[in-house]
Design a binder for this molecule. Structure first.
Ligand code: ADP
Ligand code: MG
Length: 259
């Protein structure tokens, strides 16, 4: 049974999508069968993995609302072991249409259960909101990774997110764990970056990943080439950081590969 991990933070621009596509690709490179689900109407993971969202007409949302078959919309990527459930802009209307459905928070869990056995890891890229699709993602997940940008106001909104997670643990998914807080866009030369690292580690000592993602231009360039960084700049700092994160997560979950 695949481990399902949501990448969530209602703040935009903190590195959710960069983490979703590059963590998923790194797990795949380490030979874990991995599925990445794009659950954001902006469809950045979809385009970052080389697919034009305009050419996509079925997403996880149609599976949740119209009972389309998820098997039929899974597409493979250039990376061995990495599959994608793409997104498209119509996901925007999803929340409104879902309001009247029964068990509307549990739709994504039902859909994912159809393919869960085929994968070691399923990574969900969430949108910058705490709306119904994100709540579905958190309800469907075993754990959540919270990217935090090493910038001003890094911790802003974190309380609200942790509170939402608590509510979901109480009402919808008591097994939901926090996989970790991930520090992103770290710049070793900036005092501010170092202050954020210290502050987050002080407040959330046991929750923060050891791996820190540096600010790295290849990470921001690779999506425009439709590639994760492990394919675009395999030995660069960004790729190495996400491979380290993949290893840290595999080890933490007792899934490390013995060489
Ligand atoms: P989110 O999905 O949370 O909105 P993104 O992953 O799209 O955030 O990142 C926001 C912007 O920052 C994007 O342009 C992305 O390419 C860039 N970015 C993210 N992480 C890094 C990084 N470690 N180094 C450099 N640029 C990054
Ligand atoms: Mg995003």
């Amino acid at each position: 049974m695949g481990k399902v991990i949501a990448i969530a933070n209602q703040k935009g621009g903190v590195g959710k999508t960069t983490t979703a596509m590059n963590l998923a690709a790194s797990l795949a490179v380490l030979e874990y069968k991995t599925l990445v689900i794009d659950a954001d109407p902006q469809a950045n993971t979809t385009s970052g993995l080389g697919y034009d969202p305009k050419s996509i007409d079925t997403s996880i949302y149609e599976c949740m609302v119209n009972e389309n078959d998820i098997e039929e919309i899974i597409i493979s990527t250039e990376i061995d072991n990495l599959d994608l459930v793409p997104s498209h802009i119509d996901l925007v209307g999803a929340e409104v249409e879902m309001v009247n459905l029964e068990n509307r928070e549990e739709k994504m869990r039902e859909v994912i259960s159809e393919v869960r056995e085929r994968y070691d890891f399923i990574i969900i890229d969430c949108s910058p909101s705490l709306g119904l699709i994100t709540i579905n993602a958190l309800t469907a997940s075993n754990s959540v990774i919270i990217p935090v940008q090493c910038e001003y106001f890094a911790l802003e909104g974190l309380g609200k997110l942790l509170n939402t997670i608590k509510i979901i643990q109480t009402r919808l998914n008591q097994d939901l764990e926090i996989e970790g807080i991930l520090l992103t866009m770290y710049d070793v030369r900036l005092r501010l970056s170092n202050q954020v690292v210290d502050e987050v580690r002080m407040h959330f000592k046991n929750m923060t990943f050891e791996t820190i993602i540096p600010r790295n231009v290849k990470l921001s360039e690779s999506p425009s080439f439709g590639m994760p960084v492990v394919a675009f700049d395999a030995t660069g700092k960004g790729a190495v950081a996400y491979l380290n994160l993949a290893n840290e997560i595999a080890t933490k979950n007792g899934m490390a590969k013995v060489n």
